[in-house]
Design a protein around this ligand. Sequence first.
Ligand code: BGC
Length: 768
Amino acid sequence: MCLGKLFRKIANKAVGSVMGNDLSQDLTVAEGERYVTPGIGACIRRAGAESCVLLKNDGVLPLSPDRKIAVFGRCQLDWFYVGYGSGGDVHAPYLVNLMDGLTNAGASFCRPLAEAYRAWTSANKVDPGWWGHWPFSHPEMPLSDELVSAAAASADTAVVVLGRAAGENQDNECKSGSYYLTDSEKAMLDAVTAVFPHTVVLLNVGSVMDMSWTETYGDRLSAILMVWLGGMESGNAVADVLYGKVNPCGKLPDTIARRYEDYPSSANFGGKDFNDYAEGVYVGYRWFDDHPEQVLWPFGFGLSYTSFAVEASAFERGSVTVRLTNTGTRPGSEVAQLWCHPPRAGLDKPQRVLAAFCKSDELQPGETRELTLTYDDRCIASYDETAHAFVLDPGEYRFTVNGTDVGSFALSQRLTVEQCQPICLPPEQLRQRILERMPKPVPASRNHGVKLGDVMARRASPDDFIARLSDRELEALTRGHGMMNSPLGVPGNAGVMGGILPSLRAKGVPPIVCCDGPAGLRMARYCALIPCGTALAATWNTELVERLHVLVGQEMIHYGVDVQLSPGMNIHRNPLCGRNFEYYSEDPLLTGKMAAAAVRGVQSTGRAACPKHFACNHQEYRRNCTDSRVSERALREIYLRGFEICVKEAAPLTLMTSYNKVNGVWSHYNYDLVTTVLRREWGYTGMVMTDWWMRKSASPEFPLLRDNAYRVRAQVDVLMPGDMSRTAKRYRSDGTLLKTLGKPGGMTRGELQRSAGNVLRLILRLKG
Ligand code: BGC
């Protein structure tokens, strides 16, 4: 065996043994269903189907079951169910690929072709790669003219599947096989479109890839359906849409540009040390609305097998009611998208911003539903960096729903919607700000022997308990147990915090178990694999996303998982970001609403969600080294906005910082992000944890502080998974937090107690 292969084998085995890859992959669906929460498979299937976005249809879809199809592309069997890394890696007890789904749907397909793919894919297995070096795509089966012509002789409709995935620590690349088609994929499209009168293309992708070839093939492509990475029920969900059991009702959560270079961030992506967010607030449609020639399919686009009309019904400031009618011939759902077109005076602004959206239930042909869409002024305001305030400039604010004018209001003068505090201050000002807000220590308590159970039973106050904790115990509450797969939690967990010392456990502090991630629970147990974040966003169905996450919460209860390290909610700034599949959209409102739905769902079961990565994790290349250099306006209007909506609407109990720096300060040391904005401006009362391990650094503001002390001063409460000690002995403190405790210029007991208090409050919510 060559050295490279041996290395991969060892690396995969090491990750596999931690994360449970040795679970059997040979269960049948019926056997597998026993391992997941009843009903979750149906919900995943529904979400997968609702996520499909129909980009083009000349009438070939929906297919009728007796119309024979010929299915091309190896992904029909080697389907991409999710992306790679911590946002994937869920041990689904069963997986339904496209051919399974078509078979279940009773589809009539060209069997010799299907057999050829089956034989070829089993002789040419996919290369699984290894951590951070996974395949973006798999080599295609070479197609002989005879095979294609024989298929065309028995079927008039071809279905071609193209697949892509990327992952954690691995951005997509501007290369063939990743962002671009491979030569063998082009050859497949050439051969198929040359002989089949109808070709339907399915895009089994986690984020936008180059689609310029759709123009080259033009009318030779009859239909194009984005089917994303739909989780373990993918094949059933796609078949539901192809055969019209579910009328396509997904909408694009991202703009599909004509060329990669058209994305406004493309000139500033992939930097080794930093990326300038030179495009400011002009991300996604905020840019493309002024450059329509660069757009193949706009944000919010998605066709249906029926048609809808929108009529304005009532309009007032903050609330718009419309009548939505199914004017076509098939039942279907539609998304009402409320857009605000602000005056382009005062601050430079995009043409329009999404102010609200609402998905209807299924309407029968001719049926009408009244939908009310509400928004607040903050959704449509712009951030003025000079005034440090969200403002509405004077002029006319026009509103449309799906292209129909629904009303407007005018302002004669500028309105300040919210006054904020300046952030990203220079060190001296930041130092003053922090010193002015130093927390007081919890007063000493005479309540000896108080246990956490006494606090839960309201026989003692949280402060009584905190006051009795030793410095060592307080310190231990601010870091995790040390390693992933902690013996204190379910095998394959991502880490454990809380009761990590025997003395804490003796006082009744339980270990709190955290598991990834956005696509379902990642651990050494079977668990449901749900559609990826981008797919969920494409449903535009918050109610469905919430329902799905209630079921995920039930799985957490079953396995003793306290915190789901999800949702991932960074903005799709650039289509190459490897973790886009985990995240939702280019738009902060859609992102925030989806994340809020996911958090509400999980937390309704008494478990905790953990939105991440706060903030500006937009590339995986050197993700823990790069600095995201972004204006305060773009931060507040675009990159923090989704988190703000999620925090204000769903009150997540925990939140995870990102690896990168934001304007020169690592997120896990970023006082202004975590304390000034998150806690003080947005009223967040939960616990904040780091992403897994963190870059070490000294505090520029407080020369005595570094690493964990610098972090706790920012109120990033818990280092995960803990252990920065670099000693052979695990699960130890690195000493940086207690070293300066009580010394002039050092850590204060009040700060330590404040973070320990944030952790204990979480525990009381989870276990109390
Ligand atoms: C990822 C997080 C994840 C954590 C635990 C990190 O590498 O960035 O998103 O939750 O690992 O697996």
